[in-house]
Design a protein around this ligand. Structure first.
Ligand SMILES: NC(=O)c1ccc[n+]([C@@H]2O[C@H](COP(=O)([O-])OP(=O)(O)OC[C@H]3O[C@@H](n4cnc5c(N)ncnc54)[C@H](O)[C@@H]3O)[C@@H](O)[C@H]2O)c1
Length: 396
């Protein structure tokens, strides 16, 4: 079979644009021609383009003229306008997480803790609706870049669920580290919330995905989230927090700890933790307790490789693990962190959808369920953890 050539545009030129490009270089099922990049950061965008020998586009529309797909690697606030611009031009849109959210009321002194979370949820769901409407109205398709869905351990669990007809009773999982370096991350209005949405979306969406898979395998009907209870805390903003310099603490209004409890349509449950207060490198895992098996998916760290380094400076040029505080002593050094995280598998799968129409595992519906669950979790947290219904009929 001759491989098709897909013409690609990147939007944004920061951290995620970098790992998207690395994953694009590994796509083997189809030919990829990266045409160019568009970014609000002209200097950064030009440098990104130059380094990769691609073109810089000042205007998104000009990039859209020349491509079949765009990668939305912008901060969450820009996901909706950029994705809709692509969908209106009948393009494929690969959108980073979270799909969208609530980004404040526009006032300069907006503070997340004083905001009404019911209003936040309505605004976030309205944004989701606009994206789903644009997708339905055109020939394009939104592919939701939730890499946890494509992490090899999660895809192995999908296979187990499909082949054994398992019933998942309880999922628990976590994404945590010692704090994002991004300046924007300190402000809820720039990211749609704090750690609950920023990190919690990953294990949550993997849990939503696996319950979908279970239902799909049994009778074709995905099992969806029904209610959510949540608590959020700002531990590094506590007056009594004793800062020893290991954990970021300069957040303006975001929560740095969240715990959410989801009840699905079939009465089974998931518990997801997300935080910015955990030392020792990134901590990403999901555990599944089913009626016929148990699975522990260690995304990061895992023990595929372990190193012992007696002298810190010996590993100065060696990448060990995301957010590891020290390279001295024992470490779960990752031989290929991107692979365990699912980045190349996600992009490969999307390009098979784009080129050959293969079905997509992480689509706009999964993204919509994640946003809906997250903002009902924020409503719940504002009411000290009261079980709160999750809106399921978000889109057309
Ligand atoms: N899946 C993951 O593991 C993962 C990891 C990190 C970030 N992300 C997601 O990736 C997205 C971007 O995060 P990042 O860390 O790359 O941020 P970043 O700040 O490093 O980069 C964002 C880029 O987008 C550009 N930009 C901003 N608004 C724009 C607009 N309207 N049009 C065009 N360009 C615009 C900025 O100039 C910048 O180049 C976020 O949604 C984040 O949640 C995902």
């Amino acid at each position: 079979m001759t491989k098709k050539t897909v013409r690609t545009g990147i939007v944004g030129s920061g951290f995620s644009a970098t790992f998207h490009y690395e994953a694009l270089r590994k796509v083997h099922g189809t030919n990829v021609e990266v045409v160019g990049v568009h970014s609000l950061d002209r200097d950064g965008g030009n440098a990104y383009a130059q380094k990769r020998d691609i073109r810089f586009f000042d205007r998104l529309d000009d990039l859209l003229d020349e491509v079949d797909v765009i990668h939305v690697c912008t901060p969450p606030m820009a996901h909706e306008p950029v994705s809709i611009a692509g969908l209106r031009r009948d393009k494929f849109v690969i959108c980073e997480k979270p799909l969208t959210g609530y980004f404040g009321d526009g006032s300069e002194d907006f503070h997340w803790e004083r905001a009404d979370m019911t209003v936040a949820r309505e605004a976030a769901l309205a944004a989701v609706r606009r994206i789903l409407d644009a997708e339905q109205a055109g020939k394009g398709q939104l592919l939701y870049a939730e890499n946890w869905v494509y992490a090899p351990s999660i895809q192995k669990e999908r296979e187990i669920l499909e082949k054994t007809g398992a019933q998942i009773l309880w999922i628990h999982g976590e994404e945590a580290h010692s704090g994002s370096h991004s300046v924007d991350y300190a402000y809820a209005a720039r990211c749609g919330g704090g750690v609950l949405i920023g990190k919690g979306c990953h294990p949550l969406t993997a849990a939503l995905y696996l319950k979908r898979v279970e239902g799909r395998a049994r009778d074709g009907n995905p099992i969806r989230p029904r209610t959510v209870s949540a608590r959020t805390h700002a531990l590094t903003r506590l007056p009594g927090f004793r800062d020893e310099g290991h954990i970021r603490r300069d957040y303006y209004d975001i929560e740095d700890f969240s715990a959410i409890h989801v009840e699905f349509d079939d009465g089974t449950i998931a518990d997801v933790f997300a935080s910015d207060i955990v030392l020792g490198g990134i901590h990403n895992w999901l555990e599944v307790s089913a009626n016929n098996h148990r699975a522990i998916c260690n995304i990061n760290p895992n023990t595929a490789m372990q190193t012992y380094n007696p002298v810190e400076k010996n590993f100065a040029d060696v990448y060990v693990l995301e957010k590891i505080g020290t390279k001295q002593g024992w470490a779960c050094t990752s031989p290929d962190e991107d692979w365990f995280t699912g980045y190349p598998q996600e992009i490969e799968a999307f390009y098979r959808t784009i080129a050959y129409g293969e079905p997509v595992e992480s689509d706009s519906r999964l993204a919509a369920d994640a946003v809906s669950t997250i903002y009902s979790a924020y409503v719940s947290a504002q009411h000290d953890g009261t079980a709160t219904p999750v809106e399921q009929e978000v889109g057309p």
